[in-house]
Design a protein around this ligand. Structure first.
Ligand SMILES: [Zn+2]
Length: 391
């Protein structure tokens, strides 16, 4: 097998903000006595993603020029597509005390030193504008808008250095592959084309169908569940991982799938987050990315196909990764399998739809989930977890 080049990262170069092993202890020591900013869970996750190059070409939190270009144009100041503001908000008193040019420590809520920020910029920002343009609403019931309004009124921008990887939940520890590692793995496997699938829920038959449809046309599948901060009503991590592992073990070919966790925080930013998710998966080495109906949506803030339509606002070459659009899928009794409006001609009454709410209710009543909805191995895991009151 000849060598080949994996897809180029966004912006052409995979960023690495992790210092060489030999310098790490010294840098940590240097930062020990310096002023530090405490990060919330979202910023901790952003710091990790920035450090390992998942957010290439970003090398740190956005400075004013990039921030305004991202919010207003969906691009960095350089013109490169980028849709989600990756920012470090702080309260006014903290911003006033910090000087541009200063190096500050970045710490987790427990005080652990995680990184360093070279402050290149500090600026006030317009939350209402960001909510309206980036999330399409100023309604505080939208989780990202609510988070935004609870954030500090100033932003610090500049390149970061990742000095300690934030601790991850033990259930994810064996599944944490960074972009450098997935890229290497894909090359070792000889995969020229890889489709990324983002999920935050245990896998339904409908998800399996979509993944396998995509896999029919490419060499490999990166099953990439998001494990950063999500809404509290999503299913707990250990249960989700158990489901994925059971599914892979029983229903997927061993040599065509990589399961790795995606430590990004969920923004519920709908269309803009779909572009963001695609660009980031390009950095992980994916050539294709599945965009479902209402990708990264929440409530009724976005139209069901907005997340697919937004791709037409950018040139295919500047996005680089190929989106694969899927319609809403469901089980049809007449067809006898999972279908969509595109592939089934039957009536509503022949179709079985399962909402997350309905599934939770069934589990709550101790009913087992039907085969048409989920594989029996998965149904058993969910039922057991429900009985342990983990859901
Ligand atoms: Zn049908």
């Amino acid at each position: 097998m000849g060598t080949f080049t994996v897809i180029a990262p966004h912006g052409g170069r995979l960023v690495n903000r992790v210092p060489p092993q030999a310098e790490q202890a010294g840098l940590r020591e240097q930062m020990a006595g310096k002023r530090a900013v405490t990060l919330g869970p979202r910023e901790v996750s952003d710091l990790l993603m920035l450090g390992v190059g998942a957010f290439s070409p970003l090398e740190g939190f956005l400075t004013s020029a990039d921030y305004h270009a991202v919010v207003r144009e969906g691009r960095l100041a350089s013109g490169l597509p980028w849709t989600i503001p990756v920012v470090l908000p702080v309260a006014e008193d903290i911003a006033k005390a910090i000087k541009v040019g200063e190096e500050v420590g970045l710490r987790g809520e427990n005080g652990q030193l995680l990184g360093r920020l070279e402050v290149r910029d500090k600026f006030r920002y317009d939350k209402e504008e960001q909510a309206r343009l980036a999330f399409g609403t100023t309604d505080r019931k939208h989780p990202a808008v609510d988070y935004l309004y609870r954030c500090g009124d100033w932003l610090l921008g500049g390149p970061i250095t990742l000095l300690n990887e934030p601790p991850v939940d033990s259930c994810y520890a064996n599944f944490m592959l960074h972009p450098r590692e997935t890229r290497y793995l894909f090359q070792q496997k000889g995969w020229r084309t890889v489709v990324g699938f983002q999920t935050r829920n245990p896998v339904h038959r409908a998800h399996e169908y979509i993944q396998k449809c995509a896999l029919e046309t490419v060499d490999g599948l990166l099953l990439h569940p998001l494990v950063g901060e999500t809404k509290s009503d999503d299913i707990p991590g250990p249960v989700r991982m158990e489901c994925y592992r059971a599914l892979l073990e029983h229903y997927y070919p061993k040599d065509r799938v990589v399961l790795s966790v995606f430590p990004a925080a969920m923004r519920y930013g709908g269309p803009r987050e779909a572009i963001f998710h695609a660009l980031v998966r390009k950095n992980y080495g994916c050539t294709h990315f599945i965009v479902g109906r209402d990708h990264a949506g929440v409530g009724n803030y976005y139209g069901p196909y907005d997340a697919q339509r937004i791709f037409t606002r950018y040139g295919a070459e500047e996005i680089g990764i190929t989106p694969m659009f899927f319609d809403f899928t469901f089980y049809c009794r007449r067809c006898g399998h999972i279908v969509s409006d595109k592939t089934c001609r039957h009536e509503e009454s022949d179709r079985l739809a399962f909402s997350g709410t309905k599934v939770r209710e069934m589990l709550g009543r101790g009913e087992s989930l039907p085969d048409e909805f989920t594989r029996p191995e998965i149904a058993r895991i969910l039922a057991a977890a429900s009985q342990r009151h983990q859901m």
